[in-house]
Design a protein around this ligand. Structure first.
Ligand code: ATP
Length: 240
């Protein structure tokens, strides 16, 4: 098991946002957490990558294990590096005054395997040819879809083999959403493990292997993505 979350309770101040959730991700899988606004999806990703308060939640109890080892004691700033986990956050967080290439380069900052970096640039540009055309363009002038590609590209440039994606379809036109998910699938076939949170449940269930349904801080359903997409309760609540 690559990632294992056990009975995780997290809070913002006195407010409990996750009430003891458990789930796991196996190596090579695409796993999705779906749920409505405010269900706790982003909170879960921030707890895993240990975004510190005030923006991030405080872990109250429970355990997060990576390859069988608890990351509770690992310093927050080294989780991404030591566990090879990268987060492509919602809202993109790219540096608008830097070019596409400069944004990608920044993500390689703490890498020790410098020999593999060139190959990773090529991988990003192969996956997102649009970024190749715009490599010297300032990122603030990219379209929403291109910025989303850059956010994923940047996560790939960290040299990780496990990415956490926060709403990769957000702000994309329907055709571009499909392109993005097809690219993620391709990436997964190349060996990348993906944990994806998504409000577009239909799309997420189409591309993921397994899924968990999060409802106001609790996991209320789980199973193979295909089976959940056929489940009448899921259809009624999330695919309507
Ligand atoms: P969305 O799809 O709208 O982003 P989500 O499923 O990602 O929703 P979260 O952002 O994780 O949901 O929010 C879960 C709960 O925690 C919500 O009730 C939210 O108001 C609360 N919350 C999130 N961030 C904070 C914060 N920084 N301080 C206080 N409460 C927060």
């Amino acid at each position: 098991m690559l990632l294992e979350i056990n009975d995780l309770v997290v809070k913002y101040g006195n407010i409990e946002a996750l009430h003891g959730i458990s789930f796991h991700v196996n190596e090579g899988e695409i796993v999705t957490l779906i749920g409505a606004n405010g269900a706790g999806k982003t909170t879960t990703l921030h707890a895993i990558t240990r975004v510190p308060p005030p923006e991030g939640p405080k872990i109250h109890s429970g355990d997060i294990r990576f390859r069988g080892r608890s990351i509770q004691g690992v310093e927050a700033h080294t989780v991404v590096r030591d566990c090879h986990i990268a987060l492509a956050p919602e809202g993109r967080h790219i540096f608008g005054n830097l070019t596409v290439e400069e944004n990608l380069k920044l993500a390689t900052f703490s890498r020790k395997d410098t020999g593999a970096i060139q190959q990773d640039y090529q991988r990003v540009y192969d996956l997102f040819p649009r970024l190749t055309e715009r490599r010297t363009q300032r990122s603030e002038s990219l379209s929403g879809g291109e910025q989303q590609m850059l956010a994923v590209g940047r996560a790939l440039m960290t040299g990780c083999n496990f990415i956490l994606l926060d709403e990769p379809s957000m702000g994309l036109a329907p055709l571009l959403m499909y392109d993005m998910f097809r690219t993620l699938k391709k990436l997964n076939e190349l060996g990348m493990t993906i944990l994806l949170i998504e409000q577009n449940a239909r799309l997420a269930l189409k591309f993921a292997h397994r899924a968990y349904v999060l409802d106001t801080g609790e996991i209320v359903m789980s199973g193979r993505a295909e089976a959940l997409a056929e489940n009448p309760d899921v259809q009624k609540a999330y695919l309507g």
